[in-house]
Every structure is written in structure tokens, then in C-alpha cells.
Design a protein. Structure first.
Length: 133
């Protein structure tokens, strides 16, 4: 693991949340994106060397919609940058950590991603990220 890549925050109303975080950070978001495969919209803020990702659902079947049904808005996941996502996935599987997807998926911000099962990570949803070539 190289560094914390970003912290994901689940929000119900992206426009409202973006305004709140723009006020807190004293600057506007730098990137907006829809990830159709995950049924989410994302907004990114750069804070130092890390990022904050606001994530909202685009439909009721989205993992974020389901998260918000059970929880309130707030921290959803911590993402770590990795050099080789497939190698890291294999290493973690050998250590007994369950993965939520068997192969890397395309995520926001031009990344390959994989989530680790929160039941194996002290209740924290962890995302592995590798920049696409």
C-alpha cells in the first residue's frame, strides 16, 4: 500500500453536500464523474496529497443507495493506492481477507478498484485503487 488515496463519503443530495464541503475546504471540487457500472455520481476535492470523494446513488439498486437505507450520510470507505492491484488482491486473499469482487473493476478517477469485505476489516470498507495505464 502506497498511501491513502481518498476517503469516500456517502451523500443523499450531491449539490447540497458539494456546497457544504466547498465551504469547509475553502475551494471548489475539481472533478465530477458518473460511474455507470456502480450506479453512482462522484465529486472529488483535493486536500493536500489525498482526496475526498463525495458519492451519491443514481438509482435505488446502487450500493450507495443501499448503504444510505441502512446508515445515515457519512464516511463510506477509505481507499488505498496500490502499485499492482491484482497482486495485492491475491496477497490479501491468501491472508484470509474476503474481496467483494474477484477481479478489478473500473472505478472513478481512471482507477482500477477492488473492495475488501468490511467483516474482515474491523467494519471498515476498504477500497484498493490502481491508476489505469
Amino acid at each position: 500500500m502506497k498511501k491513502i488515496e481518498h476517503i469516500g463519503i456517502a451523500v443523499e443530495d450531491m449539490a447540497k453536500a458539494e456546497k457544504i464541503f466547498s465551504t469547509i475546504f475553502g475551494k471548489n471540487a475539481y472533478k465530477w464523474e458518473e460511474v455507470i457500472s456502480e450506479s453512482v455520481k462522484t465529486t472529488f476535492f483535493k486536500i493536500g496529497e489525498s482526496k475526498i470523494e463525495l458519492v451519491s446513488a443514481t438509482n435505488t439498486e446502487s450500493p450507495i443507495a443501499k448503504f444510505l437505507e441502512k446508515n445515515r450520510e457519512g464516511m463510506h470507505h477509505i481507499a488505498f493506492a496500490v502499485e499492482d492491484i491484482e497482486k495485492e488482491m491475491e496477497r490479501l486473499k491468501k491472508e484470509g481477507i474476503r474481496l467483494l469482487n474477484d477481479n478489478p473493476k473500473t472505478g472513478a478517477d481512471n482507477k482500477l478498484i477492488c473492495f475488501l469485505h468490511p467483516k474482515d476489516t474491523a467494519g471498515v470498507l476498504i477500497e484498493l485503487c490502481q491508476g489505469k495505464a
